[in-house]
Design a protein around this ligand. Structure first.
Ligand code: FMN
Length: 186
C-alpha cells in the first residue's frame, strides 16, 4: 500500500474504474459526432436526469454547447474496438461517421444521433451545463429510453445475455463476470 499527498494532479485518477463508458452522440452545425465518456452519472430519478463530464478540449464540447439535446448509448464488450477508435480520434479532424462507416440510429422522442449496436440508450434534453474543474457536466433530462428486451431480466442487465463494456483506463477494456448474487434487502 502506498500513500501520495495530492497537491494538483494525481499520478493517475482512475481508482473508480472499471466503469461503464457511454457513447455520447450529438449533432449541431450540420455535424454528427460520437465520443466515449466514462465520466457519466445518473443524477435524479424524478425528474430523470443523467450527466456526462466532457472536457472543453473535445470537439464534441462545442457541439454539446450548441445543441438542445444529445444521445447516450451503452455498448457491449464486442464493440470495444469501435469505442476505442471513437475515443482516440477527434471529430475536429475526421468525420467519424463516414470514416468508420458508423450506423447512426435517429432518436424517436428527440432529434439526436445514437451509435448503432447498443443494448440500451437514452435520448436527453439538455437542461444544464455545470463547470466542474477542467470538465463540464452536461446534464440531460431523459425523454426516451431504448432497451434491448433480451438484455434485461427483471429490470436489471442480464450478464448471461450481454457482456457490458467496462473501461479500466489507459485504453484497457473488459466486461463483468457472469456470476451475480441476488441479495435480499430488509
Ligand atoms: C473509453 C474512453 C472514455 C473516455 N471518457 C472521457 C470522458 O469521460 N470525458 C472526456 O472529456 N473525454 C473522455 N474520453 C476522451 C474522448 O472520448 C476523446 O478525446 C475523443 O477523441 C473526443 O472526441 P471528439 O474530439 O470528436 O469530441 C474518453 C476516451 C475513451 C477511449
Amino acid at each position: 500500500m502506498r500513500f501520495e499527498v495530492v497537491e494538483r494532479k494525481p499520478r493517475h485518477f482512475n481508482h473508480f474504474y472499471p466503469a461503464v463508458p457511454v457513447v455520447v452522440g450529438v449533432e449541431a452545425a450540420g455535424r454528427v459526432n460520437f465520443m466515449p465518456v466514462v465520466w457519466n452519472v445518473g443524477l435524479s430519478l424524478d425528474p430523470p436526469l443523467f450527466g456526462v463530464g466532457v472536457s472543453p478540449k473535445r470537439f464534441s464540447y462545442g457541439l454539446l454547447e450548441q445543441a438542445d439535446a444529445f444521445g447516450v448509448s451503452f455498448h457491449p464488450f464486442e464493440q470495444a474496438d469501435l469505442v476505442q477508435r471513437l475515443g482516440s480520434t477527434s471529430g475536429r479532424d475526421t468525420d467519424k461517421v463516414a470514416a468508420f462507416g458508423l450506423e447512426v440510429v435517429r432518436g424517436q422522442a428527440l432529434d439526436v444521433p445514437l451509435l448503432g449496436g447498443f443494448y440500451a440508450a437514452y435520448e436527453l434534453e439538455k437542461t444544464d451545463a455545470v463547470v466542474t474543474g477542467d470538465h463540464t457536466l452536461f446534464v440531460g433530462r431523459l425523454r426516451g429510453i431504448w432497451e434491448d428486451e433480451r438484455a434485461f431480466a427483471q429490470d436489471t442487465l442480464d450478464p448471461e445475455a450481454v457482456r457490458a463494456l467496462l473501461y479500466y483506463g489507459r485504453y484497457r477494456y473488459g466486461h463483468p463476470a457472469a456470476n451475480v448474487a441476488d441479495l435480499k434487502g430488509d
